[in-house]
Design a protein around this ligand. Structure first.
Ligand code: AHR
Length: 501
């Protein structure tokens, strides 16, 4: 007998799930770039980590944000182009770096290395320009270096550095957390800076170097700040174009929880915090909608994920990879699907070794974490139309919060071919639940329904390493089909993907 019911409403389409919602973020922080994307910070031993390239290429990651994070607003891109032995070594203001855990930057991995890495992986680059300590000229020059096809010094410098054709970088972030590490600005101050940068970086039809760039402003999880930013940006008469395509915010959760000393109560609190993503998307969308613009402005969550007490600056923000973190990612990806009408991208933090990374490395080994498995399980949603779902689920009061934790969550989508895909989470770490998934008006009796499940019989805090990484792979899940109702048994802390052709 089912104790939770998910109803999928195929007639109530929400919007396309942009593939970029499964995007990633990499910063010059700890072992993310050096020892993660790149072999080392020693110029003579340079080279991409082929094992990491292969794992990310297999996942078909749609977009990768770089070089930060806080690092972005302390980064001067010209330090990282040209012959590697001539590049200046700089202090890294915010983070420990590479194998020696030193706060210095060799600049061995710069713009060309990053953009070639993206080409190898088959992903779109998203560059974050320096607003906090940079200037509009520097940002505009970066665009010219990357994208211009003419006979200028910067375009020719790119050619000399090995890339004849323009890279065609589409996504440009103007600043990172400018309310904090990116300059501690008021929203009005950032709005004024943003307008200056947007003018020179250029994305307006009346500029000769129009590149159809997508410009991204960095918002805040304080929504009053976002309202004030939008009002100020909207004040000036910009003519026909409004110079903003996406507004972002960052949502980390679990900051007070040690993953190695957590309890069932703590897991519940952690998951409730993760589910606050829903509130943040609604609020930032409302800040956008409050101001009339000539552009359709999307919501990006360009840093998100679990951040536990284990991850500190001194260890390059490293923390163990666990099932509970992966489960939170599944819950958040469901939320993104529900908001496909406003969500244009997200970038989980951070791709390799740092925070809720998907891939971990140690010496010559590289392996995938449970969160990678979740992204893989959710991949069929990419590019589909999201469908409205309603969920009737048991829940539990969560100590130290005003919230309940709803145990069962879900999202659904449909492909052009008519194939539907439903993902269902059981966030209850203590008990299993039987879930009826009703697809309104769709008799699945003769359909070749296929289902997979992650994390059966895995403890929420089980840590992944090179020796057990394969144990977290998806397994087949039994589905009972009765007309338009599909029933599945979900063990504690599991996530399932069901496809209905
Ligand atoms: O991802 C780590 C840091 O978290 C980033 O540098 C910053 O943007 C955020 O506060």
């Amino acid at each position: 007998m089912a104790n939770a019911r998910v109803t999928v409403h195929p007639e109530a389409r929400i919007d396309r799930i942009e593939p970029e919602v499964h995007g990633h973020f990499s910063e010059h922080l700890g072992r993310c770039v050096y020892d993660g994307l790149w072999t080392d910070d020693v110029a003579e031993q340079n080279g991409f980590r082929e094992d990491v390239v292969e794992l990310l290429a297999n996942l078909e990651i749609p977009v990768l944000r770089w070089p930060g994070g806080c690092f972005a607003d302390d980064y001067h891109w010209e330090d990282g182009v040209g012959p590697q032995e001539e590049r200046p070594r700089r202090r890294n203001l915010f983070w420990a770096q590479g194998r020696e855990d030193i706060p210095e930057e060799s600049n061995a991995f710069g713009t060309d290395e990053f953009l070639k890495f993206c080409e190898r992986v088959g992903t779109e680059p998203y560059l974050a320009a320096n607003v906090g300590s940079g200037n509009p000229q520097e940002a505009a020059d970066w665009v010219e270096y990357c994208n211009y096809d003419g006979d200028t010094e910067l375009a020719n410098r790119r050619r000399e550095n090995g890339h004849e054709e323009p890279y065609g970088v589409k996504y440009w972030g103007l600043g990172n957390e400018n309310w904090g590490c990116g300059g501690r600005m008021s929203p009005e101050q950032y709005a004024r800076e943003y307008r200056r940068f947007a003018t020179y970086v250029g994305s307006m039809d009346n500029l000769m170097l129009d590149q159809n760039l997508e410009l991204i402003a960095c918002g805040f999880a304080n929504h009053e700040w976002n309202h004030r930013f939008m009002e100020e940006v909207g004040k000036t008469d910009w003519g026909v174009e409004f110079p903003l395509d996406h507004l972002t915010l960052h949502h980390y959760y679990g900051r007070s929880m040690s993953i190695s000393e957590a309890s069932e109560e703590k897991y519940d609190q952690f998951l409730v915090e993760a589910l606050e993503m829903d509130y943040h998307i609604e609020r930032i969308a409302s800040a956008i909608n409050a101001v009339a613009t000539t552009r359709d402005i999307g919501v990006i969550i360009d840093e998100w994920g679990a951040w536990h007490t284990e991850a500190v600056a001194e260890n390059g923000l490293e923390q163990p990879g666990t099932v509970i973190d992966a489960l939170s990612a599944a819950a958040v990806l469901n939320i993104f699907n529900h908001h496909s009408d406003v969500m244009t991208m997200s970038n989980i933090a951070q791709t390799v070794n740092v925070l809720q990374c998907l891939v971990e490395t140690e010496g010559d080994d590289a392996w995938v974490r449970p969160t990678y498995r979740v992204f893989d399980l959710y991949a069929p949603h990419k590019g589909n139309d999201a469908l409205t779902t309603s969920v009737d689920t048991p829940s539990r009061d969560v100590e130290c919060t005003d919230d309940d934790l709803p145990f069962v969550g879900a999202s659904a989508s449909v492909a052009d071919t008519g194939e539907m895909y439903v993902t269902v989470t059981n966030l209850d770490c203590r008990d299993g639940h039987t879930v009826d998934v009703a697809i309104e008006g769709c008799d699945a009796t003769d359909a070749d329904v296929d289902a997979q499940v992650l994390f059966e019989e895995q403890a929420p805090d089980l840590e992944v390493d090179a020796s057990n990484a394969d144990d977290f792979a998806a397994e087949d899940l039994d589905v009972d089909v009765d007309g338009d109702v599909l029933s599945v048994d979900l063990e504690p802390s599991t996530v399932a993907g069901i496809s209905i052709p």
